[in-house]
Design a protein around this ligand. Sequence first.
Ligand SMILES: NC(=O)CC[C@H](N)C(=O)O
Length: 201
Amino acid sequence: MTTPVVGVLALQGDVREHLIALASADAVARPVRRPEELAEVDGLVIPGGESTTISKLAALFGLLEPLRARVRDGMPVYGTCAGMIMLADKILDPRSGQETVGGIDMIVRRNAFGRQNESFEAAVDIKGIEGDPVEGVFIRAPWVESVGAQVEVLAEHAGHIVAVRQGNALATSFHPELTGDHRVHALFVEMARGNPRAGSL
Ligand SMILES: NC(=O)CC[C@H](N)C(=O)O
């Protein structure tokens, strides 16, 4: 089977960690900053960072519309944390002018886990990932308030949805790129490879 080329949206956030995780999950990984680079990848990771900044920079770099078009056309895409927010069709509490790419029929709440508990780690059981739970690193993380009928909930933490999938779009509230456990990236690489097994979570 061919090795998929997976881009990491490199406007802001923890780009390098995703490139490393993807490379060790058997993808050719490269940063994406320009529409021409976006056109050349089989799949894309939108990293964590600050969703308002990523949204502004994506608009500035002329990437918002090309991103929407590729996601609409079914390009596999995986958003972590701020990246999850970018994939939400709706933000409950957006900053003024904050836009998303969309693609997942869900409403997210930014910084949802609250101030006292801004960053924490928790074991998360993810549907479709075998073996031990994944160690989820949550950093000012969003949660998913509600999902539409097409969205599959893959994981919850403390009664809140923290991982979802809709077709070719995957999103997690937490950061699997920071742990050295690359099973979530491996799942996404299978989606980018067009592996039918990745379609039957
Ligand atoms: N680690 C993160 O990506 C934090 C997300 C950030 N709280 C936001 O709203 O964009």
